[in-house]
Design a protein around this ligand. Sequence first.
Ligand code: SAM
Length: 234
Amino acid sequence: MRLRGRKGIREEIEAQPELIILDPARHRGQWSALFGNDRPIHVELGMGKGKFISELSALNPNINYIGIDMYDELLRRAAEKARASREEHGGDLSNLRLVRQNIEYIEQIFASAELERIYLNFSDPWPKKKHARRRLTHPGFVRKYIDLLNDRGEIHFKTDSRSLFEFSLNSFADLGLRMRNISLDLHAQGPRTDLIMTEYETKFYEQGLPIHRLEVVVGERALAEHLASLQAGE
Ligand SMILES: C[S@@+](CC[C@H](N)C(=O)[O-])C[C@H]1O[C@@H](n2cnc3c(N)ncnc32)[C@H](O)[C@@H]1O
């Protein structure tokens, strides 16, 4: 078997500029131009090997998707997966970009109100208290997300970590954000086929571990629509 060294990985991802973006700051405020349309932009922060974003983007050609991670090898694997998902589901890759970026500096690659949805799937829990600021649902991060989301903005969050889920509930609540569809055991009645499972989720589900999930309604218009649907008894 031919093993790829670091150089091989770099060459492989550099050879796919139509899918993999290695200098994302250049597109700050210009992502719609890159996609060539004004469709909503949904982002997964910490996509790992990219199963979730590949499948979701294949199923929803009218939404533009960006998967972010910071490791070259994961970008390479995610690109492979994205191409395989198109073979399975059809369609092209024009609504997907895979981006190398440290999420700590997310504001360097997106402008205010540029995004409609942020997915946080199985983010590292950073269990030690002294590392709390690194959790991707720490208020320091969430404040950035609020700025980047538009008036239809939402955050969808899934984790197997009870402690991260509790921390995140407090973080969102402390910022006065409205949460909905809170679940402590997402697949209790069998796998939710309407929500795509991530790599980590599949593994934890097979181990019988409960998955926690919630949605945060951030944008004013999203919130108004949510409140109206509650009033209508939907
Ligand atoms: C536990 S994995 C989850 C992967 C995937 N979302 C899933 O559910 O299968 C967390 C991912 O987040 C990425 N990650 C963690 N911190 C990051 C950061 N600051 N910037 C970019 N990626 C990050 C890691 O490289 C890893 O791929």
